[in-house]
Structure formats: structure tokens, C-alpha cells
Design a binder for this molecule. Structure first.
Ligand code: AHR
Length: 331
């Protein structure tokens, strides 16, 4: 745990360091959140991917409120979807001698050097939401998050069932998440593996929409112009699917009917579109990782053993299930 006096000095340093590298120390008016600032308070440096989607906003809220409830002081940094900002934030957390670092890596590759720096400084690291592809798994204590390959498989399984009686080719367009990110790589792979069982399924166009609504719309507009006879859209998250719905409607087609739509996440806006029949199926990806993250962090600091991998529990939604779930949906 950090000494009270150093915490005060460091609060100043945080503001300078994080502002200087294009990130922002949020979590309550530019100051750190949670904790009482006493000697026993755990200080966590958290590097978030950005604010690209409804999922991400819900994830940030979950982490911030769980830190508050657990009495953990959170130094929060928003990387604006740039790996270089995350690396700078992690280096800054190391300089500040925080007790623990947690981060959701924007892409899978390129983390070994900075993770080694944290390890040399004896600061434990927890991966949350997304994985890294480092061979050296001692560089982090655990990885808490979804099984993205499984999510892609669930999307593929729904499609195979939906078109089980179809004889003609099923033309699929795919909106991928951020290039190089674990959810984009894994959701693509899981989906491709399942649909490969039947050659009638053809991915006729596949491009990144960077997990944002605006990009989803833009890329779908291009797909609609370049690719005739689209039967199905598989979007790696709700936001891109929602942007694509605007493009489909703009092209005079009916989303959910002329083009069937499968997305991942199950945030409220996506669930509403599913209930309205504009999306046909959603694979859930839960952003509510905060409580488990804080629990794991406390255990690591106490020296207790924790599992190397903690997989989030998730489900899927049809239109009827979305209607039933919407009134109590948390995010
Ligand atoms: O890493 C989780 C993914 O990132 C979510 O599916 C997506 O919405 C977000 O931007």
C-alpha cells in the first residue's frame, strides 16, 4: 500500500503525466476515486481502451463503482483506442508506484516490454476484458473476461440453425471490431469455424468498423453499394450493428427482414433493436466486470492464489428473450 504522503505527491504527478500523454484522469472530476487514502488503501491504475461503444461506457461505470464500493483508489486513464496511450499510462502507473495495474488491451500484440517494466517494479498486472498474446504468462496475474471465440461460435450456431433448410448460398457481410483486438480476432475465428461446416455460407465482404456506430454505418453503406444480395450481417458488436441498421434503412431495405442481423454485446440499445425486430439475434458479452476485478485485485495484494483465467458467464438473446429482459437490463 502506498504511503499517504506519497499518494498526495503522486496525485499531482498523475494529473501531469496522464494529461501529458493525451489521456485523462477521470473517475470524478479529474481526481482519483474510491478508497479513503489511508495506509491500507489499495491504489489501482486502470487503463481503459476508450469510450467507443455502449459496452465500454457500461464497463467503465462498473469498474469505477466497484472500486468505490471496495474502497480501492482508482487512477483511471482513457487511452482513446490508442495502444501508445495505454503504454504511456502503464509507464506512468509504474512511476507512481501504484499497488496494482489493471488494463483492457486495445490490441493483442506488443505488450511484453511494458509488462516486463511493471514486473521488474514488482507491480502486479491484471488483464481485464481483452487478452494479450504474450508468450510469457508470468507477466500478468490473471485474465478476467469473456470467451470471445465462444461468442463467435454462438453467432455461427444461430445462423446455421436459422438457415438449416435453405438450399441457396447465404451471403454474409461481416463488420469486424478493432483490427488486432482480441474480440475482433476471436469473434471472427469462432464464427468462421462454425459456418465452415456448410459451404452454402459465404462471407462475401468483411471489414473493420472499429467497434463504433459511425464506422459501422459507413462500412455498411459501402457494403450495400459494392455487394449485391446481402442476406446476413454479422457485426462484432451492437454499436456497429446499430450504425449498419441506419445504412440499411437509408438504402431502402428493412433490417431484420431483407438483411438478417446478428450482433454481440446485448447493451440496451441493441436489445431494443432486437425487441423491435431490426436485429435478429444477440450474443451477450457482459461489461459488468468491476466487482470481480476488485475482488481479484484484493486477493493478489493479500498474496492469495487466484485462477489464471476467469471467464465471464454469458447468454444469448432472441427477440422474445430481449423483450423479457429489457425492463430490468442494467446496461
Ligand atoms: O472488448 C469488448 C468489446 O469492446 C465489446 O464487444 C465492444 O462493444 C467493445 O468496444
Amino acid at each position: 500500500m502506498m504511503k499517504r504522503i506519497s499518494a498526495l505527491v503522486i496525485a499531482g504527478l498523475t494529473a501531469v503525466a496522464l494529461t501529458g500523454c493525451g489521456t485523462s484522469s477521470s473517475s470524478g472530476g479529474g481526481t482519483e476515486s474510491g478508497g479513503g487514502g489511508g495506509d491500507d488503501t489499495i491504489v489501482m491504475g486502470f487503463s481503459q481502451v476508450g469510450a467507443e461503444s455502449g459496452w465500454r461506457t457500461a464497463n467503465t461505470k462498473s469498474v469505477q463503482s466497484a472500486a468505490e464500493k471496495s474502497g480501492i483508489t482508482l487512477r483511471f486513464s482513457d487511452a482513446q483506442q490508442k495502444q501508445e496511450n495505454q503504454i504511456k499510462a502503464i509507464r506512468s502507473f509504474v512511476q507512481q508506484k501504484v499497488d496494482i495495474i489493471a488494463f483492457s488491451p486495445v490490441v493483442e500484440s506488443g505488450w511484453d516490454t511494458v509488462l516486463k517494466e511493471a514486473q521488474n517494479a514488482k507491480i502486479p498486472v491484471i488483464l481485464t476484458d481483452r487478452a494479450v498474446d504474450s508468450k510469457d504468462t508470468t507477466l500478468y496475474k490473471t485474465f478476467l473476461g469473456s470467451d470471445f471465440v465462444e461468442e463467435g461460435k454462438k453467432a455461427g450456431q444461430w445462423l446455421v440453425e436459422e438457415y438449416k433448410d435453405a438450399k441457396d448460398t447465404v451471403n454474409i457481410v461481416e463488420l469486424q471490431g478493432t483490427t488486432g483486438s482480441a474480440p475482433a480476432n476471436d469473434r471472427k475465428a469462432g464464427f468462421a469455424e462454425v459456418i465452415a461446416a456448410d459451404p452454402k455460407f459465404k462471407i462475401v465482404a468483411s471489414q473493420t468498423g472499429d467497434f463504433t456506430r459511425a464506422k459501422g454505418k459507413e462500412v455498411m453503406e459501402a457494403f450495400l453499394k459494392s455487394t449485391p444480395d446481402i442476406d446476413v450481417l454479422y457485426a462484432h458488436n451492437d454499436d456497429m450493428g446499430l450504425g449498419a441498421i441506419e445504412a440499411i434503412e437509408g438504402a431502402g431495405k428493412v433490417p431484420g427482414k431483407d438483411i438478417k442481423i446478428i450482433t454481440v454485446d446485448a447493451v440496451k440499445d441493441g436489445m431494443q433493436a432486437l425487441a423491435d425486430g431490426k436485429i435478429n439475434f444477440i450474443v451477450e458479452c457482459s461489461p459488468l466486470l468491476g466487482p470481480q476485478l476488485m475482488d481479484l485485485a484484493q486477493k493478489v495484494i493479500k498474496g492469495e492464489s487466484i485462477p489464471a483465467r476467469v471467464v465471464t458467464e454469458e447468454t444469448t438473446f432472441t427477440q422474445e428473450q430481449a423483450k423479457a429482459a429489457l425492463p430490468t437490463r442494467e446496461y
